[in-house]
Ligand binder design. Structure first.
Ligand code: AMP
Length: 238
């Protein structure tokens, strides 16, 4: 079967867990949505789940909000408990895409342990495939400052490179597009620092495990998608 990005993909094969790595703005959310549509496995975005908790004013949301507003990472324990709850849901049985998790080596070690738990071993024996999207600092800044999101359908736009047909309006459902609170220049700088200090070491962590697949994230979007699909298929054969 021909995949969306022109790659041959066996959609019936079990995909298993897919972990998307990359700095904020590297395109993980955009690619996760395409992978989700293609393979029929859910996108688990820890940022989206946290933002939803903040919007609903839950206990978790109140605790996480202070960190998110400053561009800092939410403490590991809070995020890991949240991820464990989400991964136990029925829709994750055939695999899932982790977008924004893990973000520290401690989270990655915790995830390795969780996937060895009998519950997950039985459900999804395939080891995770880790895809890292490489994007340079200037391009990340451009993407983050230009990012606009539809609050209704979640579609992501960029006012410089992928603008909506009508300014500030979603092409799909006509909603007014929103700018994320943490996409201000000051908070972006903090988020990129947190990435360098806490998340970058994960690349070596997964490289040592032989699980890492690198994708050049500054190519045309459809090329990035094609490479990501190829990386997932290659990773699954291991
Ligand atoms: P994102 O939407 O992935 O850019 O995440 C937005 C914010 O949510 C981050 O800046 C962190 O404050 C928080 N966050 C998301 N995922 C994690 C994670 N795995 N660990 C800690 N904090 C996270």
């Amino acid at each position: 079967m021909e995949g969306r990005a022109g790659t041959a993909v066996d959609v019936k094969s079990k995909v298993g867990p897919v972990i998307l790595l990359g700095a904020p703005g590297a395109g993980k959310g955009t690619q996760a949505k395409l992978i989700m549509q293609h393979y029929g496995i859910p996108q688990i975005s820890t940022g989206d789940i946290l933002r939803d908790n903040v919007a609903r004013g839950t206990g978790l949301g109140r605790k996480a909000n202070a960190f998110m507003d400053k561009g800092e990472l939410v403490p590991d324990q809070l995020v890991c408990d949240m991820v464990a709850d989400r991964l136990r849901q029925a829709d994750c049985a055939q695999g899932f895409i982790l977008d924004g998790f893990p973000r520290t080596v401690a989270q990655a070690e915790w995830l390795d342990g969780l996937l060895k738990d009998q519950f997950f071993e039985k459900r999804c024996s395939a080891p995770p495939v880790v895809v890292n999207f490489r994007v340079g600092y200037n391009e990340l800044l451009r993407r983050l400052t230009g990012r606009r999101t539809c609050p209704t359908c979640g579609r992501i736009y960029n006012i410089y490179s992928q603008p909506p047909r009508v300014a500030d309006t979603c092409d799909v459902d006509g909603s007014k597009l929103a700018t994320r609170k943490d996409d201000s220049e000051e908070v972006i700088a903090e988020r990129l620092k947190a990435y360098e200090r806490q998340t970058l070491p994960l690349i070596d962590y997964y490289r040592r495990q032989g699980r890492l697949r690198e994708v050049e994230g500054e190519q045309a979007p459809e090329k990035v998608t094609a490479e990501a699909f190829r990386a997932i298929q290659d990773g699954n054969r291991l």
